[in-house]
Design a binder for this molecule. Structure first.
Ligand code: GLN
Length: 487
């Protein structure tokens, strides 16, 4: 197998056995990027000099006979929403086009301590608003399985890069599905951790009551390894929770006997692609054969999820994005006569269409007179959704659903219809609204050869159970081993 095709655990074994150096691995990944990124367009920026410096350091340790951790020397990619000290962090937006943070986010610090190698920054929808990367202020990333299609979003660059072997693994973020939906579209594994599991210090905020950082990887074992590397309490993020982090690898037992699996009727919606439904039903049958107890459950408030999400996330975004006024960060318009005009023109020229749409919607739902009708109502229904899940988790250990209603759609297909675009996340949004964790992993292919994702949802801080079920499923299937042919 070529070096760029390896998983984290495979490359780690070769590094330890001294069969490959981290420098060779890093060079192999940049070679791969050179070969395919002209087509995929996953990266916004490469950080070669720093990557080789980090790799040499790890190699020196290995040569000296020092032990290394399982992320040391592993080349990974970062969604461009994570603050990297000294390296541009654009958030996919022109308004942050030249923003260079003076500090590292906590996850970056943690991965540096674990001596992972950073290859560069990956494309995304502007401020993580979107499901296709078509809202990126720079360019659209393409799906490695079919270059005419979207890779999903907003972490589309991350998922496409993992799928095209342009990094060994990547970090993404998920506010309404932005890790799981692109993972599903690109045939890779993506996990949104419990709200509070991973620190968001140094993550550019979109919707603060929903945002989480998580791994996008080639298999479930890598997902556990990377989650180990980024999880944990951080006093710099007031929403991070001080609960002990287990070693997530211990859950990879390939034994799911007696695990109770819930299937919510409400997730097999009208308009779902028949290939998606078929693959997911087959996946559920396999889980049953592996010894799980499958039962029907109901999550009755599911139909309200998209409407509630677009009230809450736009409200929070309108407030979070107020800081981009041309004074403290990034871009400032050059055409203004006074301060107010400077603010106005900076925001008019710096933000893209979707971001403006959300700021306007968010300002509206928060405005006096409408707050009670929209924001307060949405928060109340959010509680009802949380109760739905709490009720369900009295009867089952995990919930299994499709990740997205359709496989990757064509570039341009939904651009003119924001509502249709919003519906891409109908099955992932409830998890963010309730703060629970969920994974997406490959479970089949459509008749056109496009990947299909299976979503496994767990209780708060029960990532272990999700990984246990996902690993057993993966060990008994080979969907994760298939590679896109880009040529
Ligand atoms: N696609 C959803 C949105 O546009 C979710 C995005 C995300 O999870 N960051 O808001």
């Amino acid at each position: 197998m070529a070096i760029h095709e390896l998983t984290i655990h495979q490359l780690h074994d070769l590094l330890v056995k001294k069969e490959v150096t981290s420098k060779e691995a890093t060079a192999a990944l940049y070679r791969r990027i050179g070969e395919v990124d002209g087509k995929v367009k996953a990266y916004l920026m490469l950080t070669e000099e720093e990557a080789f410096r980090q790799a040499n350091e790890v190699d020196r340790k290995i040569t000296k006979g020092e032990g290394i951790g399982d992320l040391a020397g592993i080349p990974i990619g970062l969604k461009d929403i994570l603050c990297t000290k000294g390296f541009r962090t654009t958030c996919g937006s022109k308004i942050l086009g030249n923003y260079v943070p003076f500090y590292d986010g906590t996850v970056i610090k943690k991965l540096k301590e674990r001596e992972a190698i950073f290859l560069g920054k990956l494309n995304m929808d502007e401020f993580a608003m979107g499901s296709s990367t078509e809202n990126s202020g720079f360019h659209t990333t393409r799906n490695p399985w079919d270059l005419a299609r979207i890779p999903g979003g907003s972490s589309g660059g991350s998922a496409a890069a993992v799928s095209a072997d342009e990094c060994i693994a990547a970090l993404g973020t998920d506010t309404g599905g932005s890790i799981r939906q692109p993972a599903s579209c690109c045939g890779v594994v993506g996990l949104k951790p419990t709200y509070g599991r991973v620190s968001r210090y140094g993550l550019v905020a979109f919707a603060s009551s929903l945002d989480q950082i998580g791994p996008i990887t080639k298999d479930v074992e890598d997902c556990a390894i990377l989650l180990n590397g980024i999880s944990g309490y951080d006093p710099s993020d007031s929403t991070s929770v001080n609960i002990e982090v287990p070693d997530y690898k211990q859950f990879l037992t390939n034994n799911v006997k007696g695990v109770r699996v819930g299937i919510p009727d409400e997730y097999f919606i009208k308009g779902m692609d028949p290939d998606v439904e078929k693959s997911v039903r087959e996946a559920i049958d396999l889980l049953r054969k592996l010894g799980t107890e499958v039962k029907k459950i109901s999550l009755p408030h599911t139909p309200y999820a998209v409407a509630i999400y677009y009230i809450i996330c736009t409200a929070e975004a309108s407030s979070n994005l107020a800081r981009y006024d041309g004074v403290k960060y990034g871009f400032r318009s050059s055409r203004y006569e006074d301060l107010i005009e400077m603010y106005g023109r900076t925001r008019a020229e710096g933000f893209g269409k979707e971001v403006k749409r959300r700021i306007i919607l968010g300002t509206y739902v928060l405005s006096a007179g409408y707050y009670d009708a929209y924001y307060r109502k949405a928060s109340q229904v959010r509680t009802l959704m949380r109760n739905d899940f709490e009720g369900a988790f009295k009867e089952v250990d995990v919930i299994v659903t499709p990740t997205a209603p359709t496989p990757a759609f064509r570039i341009g297909e939904r651009v003119g219809n924001p509502l249709q675009m919003y519906l891409s996340d109908i099955l992932t949004i409830p998890v963010n609204l309730t703060g629970i964790p969920a994974i997406s992993l490959p479970c089949g292919f459509s008749s056109e050869g496009l990947p299909i994702g299976l979503q496994i949802i767990g209780k708060h801080f029960d990532e272990g159970k999700i990984l246990q079920v996902a690993f057993a499923f993966e060990q008994n299937t080979d969907f994760h081993l298939k590679k896109p042919t880009l040529i």
